[in-house]
Design a binder for this molecule. Structure first.
Ligand code: NAD
Length: 505
């Protein structure tokens, strides 16, 4: 594999200059020519209303908020700010659609609608990928090759279950729960909408979905797809807004189930808010995954897995391998290879097909990353940041890793949600296990070794919902995903994910 080198630009902003490590002289370096994805055919409306009961409605408050491109700070559109009255209208529409149409419809009929949505996602894949990258800052490579195909796959997979639910629960009788309130984060806006909507609809529930305030656009394009697929009005309602709108969904008395993906802090708030009600709840929360590399691992593949695990999506992945645990004997070689590889990562325009690392999703998130990185430096860890040029506009952070950090340091314990890795060491499998499990989180982990037996030994003892062996960040709709400990509970995907949307007798 040959990697091109992004040369440090001659001018960097003064704020960014602080975040740039000295350039290494690679001698043979050259740049790729820019290869931006064309945006001519992409239609972003200047304003989006709420999608309630199959109609686009202005918010009761009359208020709108702007959604910007984090890579250019350009305003992309203004989006309706839904309040409790709008949520109430959406829940009423969802209840009516549930009672009168969706819960009574045969599974095979529901499947037709769900398959229609998946096909439309495939047909509009290019537009969806571009808007995802514009609104969220992630590289087009990721939105085009991961987010959008996986979103379509989730609808296909769950559409397939809609008429086979009798076989999903080992003969137990099942019925839908009713109206589901779903609240999703900004890191995989379309994919998280698909993870939530597809199983709910397949099982016969209707939905009120609240997208994240910094990335509402692809959920709204999905609403257009749902409209074009002619789903009965009210089966899916999309109410945009910030935390207060999400809280109104959670608090609504006529909602039967809450599905939330987001931070652990908000997840706990939701748990408290619905305590004492009979609402069902699934929580997909934060993570601090350990990526564990043994000395017998194929080193170059492991380094690629580490890079994929933390940098390709700016670290904006709940299951990002943000703690690297390496066997002590290979620490130096891994660190040297990581330094080399970091310098070949291309940071910049999310719409450029060559970009590996895009923009940080928001100024707030960038400030949080900077604060945690500063804490790492203050606590005495050694920092290395790729010597890449950061664009003048937008929110950026260079791919970075720390060595010499202690297990108790903030960078080793807290979710950074940015392109920042903390390298720790171990000497024995037991020590690796103890360090990997020494966290309040438990979403995912990775193991790199030549020995299958070691993978199984570790995987059965790691307190993580997903464990990858000699790979990282791989997803499939048939494979359940979810957390241990403060990473949440409940599973999404597979048969286990379906059971979160049915009552079993
Ligand atoms: P967040 O918790 O700040 O927000 C998530 C969503 O909740 C947003 O739509 C937000 O508007 C809404 N919200 C905020 N306050 C609310 C309240 N009081 N009641 C109801 N809704 C409220 O998280 P974020 O910053 O958007 O996303 C990043 C977090 O999500 C990270 O911690 C990440 O690990 C986690 N995440 C987890 C998974 C998973 O599958 N476990 C997947 C993606 C992201």
């Amino acid at each position: 594999m040959s990697h091109q080198i992004t040369k440090p630009a001659k001018s960097v902003t003064s704020a960014a200059a602080k975040d740039v490590a000295p350039a290494l002289d690679f001698g043979h370096a050259w740049d790729y020519a820019p290869a931006p994805e064309g945006t001519d055919h992409v239609k972003i409306q200047p304003r989006y209303e709420l999608f309630i009961g199959g109609k686009w409605r202005a918010p009761k408050s009359g208020k709108y908020f702007q959604t910007i491109s984090p890579s250019t700070e350009q305003v992309l559109s203004e989006v309706a700010e839904g309040n409790a009255a709008d949520v109430d209208l959406a829940v009423k529409a969802a209840r009516q659609a549930y009672d009168k149409v969706w819960s009574k419809m045969k599974g095979a009929e529901r499947a037709k609608y769900i398959f229609r949505i998946s096909r439309a996602i495939q047909e509009k894949a290019r537009e969806l990928a571009i808007v995802e990258s514009m609104d969220g800052g992630k590289p087009i490579k990721e939105s085009r090759d991961v987010d959008v195909p996986l979103a379509a796959a989730h609808f296909f997979y769950h559409g397939g279950w809609a008429d086979k639910l009798d076989y999903a629960f080992h003969g137990r009788r099942h019925r839908p729960l009713g109206v589901a309130g779903q609240v999703i984060p900004w890191n995989f806006p379309l994919l998280m909408a698909a993870w939530k909507l597809a199983p709910a609809l397949a099982c016969g529930n209707t939905v009120v979905l609240k997208p994240a305030e910094t990335t509402p656009l692809t959920a709204l394009l999905l609403a257009q797809i749902i409209e074009e697929a002619e789903l009965p009005p009210g089966v899916v309602n999309i109410v945009t807004g910030a935390g207060e709108t999400g809280a109104a969904v959670v608090a609504h008395p006529d909602i039967n189930k809450i599905a939330f993906t987001g931070s652990t802090a908000v997840g706990k708030r939701i748990q408290r808010a619905i305590a004492g009600t009979n609402k069902r709840l699934t929580l997909e929360l934060g993570g601090k995954a350990a990526n564990i590399v043994f000395a017998d691992a194929p080193i170059d593949q492991a380094v690629e897995g580490i890079i994929n695990g933390i940098y390709f999506n700016q670290g904006h992945v709940c299951c990002a391998g943000s703690r690297l645990l390496v066997e002590e004997s290979i620490h130096d070689v891994i660190v040297r290879k990581l330094k080399d590889r970091l310098q070949t990562l291309r940071v910049g325009d999310p719409l450029d097909k060559n970009t590996d690392v895009g923009a940080i999703n928001s100024k707030m998130q960038l400030d949080r990353i900077k604060a945690l990185v500063a804490a790492g430096e203050e606590e005495g860890a050694e920092r290395f940041s790729a010597p890449c040029a950061l664009p003048q506009k937008g929110f950026w952070f260079p791919p970075t890793f720390f060595t010499g950090a202690s297990q108790s340091s903030r960078i080793a314990r807290e979710e950074i949600f940015g392109p920042v890795l903390t390298v720790l060491t171990f000497r024995t499998p037991d020590e690796a296990l103890e360090k990997a499990n020494n966290t309040m989180y438990g979403l995912s982990a990775g193991i790199w070794t030549d020995k299958g037996a070691k993978i199984f030994w570790m995987a059965t003892r790691l307190q993580a919902g997903v464990v990858w062996g000699n790979t990282f960040n791989k997803f499939d709709p048939s494979s359940p995903f979810g957390g241990y400990k403060e990473s949440g509970f409940g599973r999404e995907g597979g048969r286990q994910g379906l059971s979160a949307y049915v009552e079993l007798e």
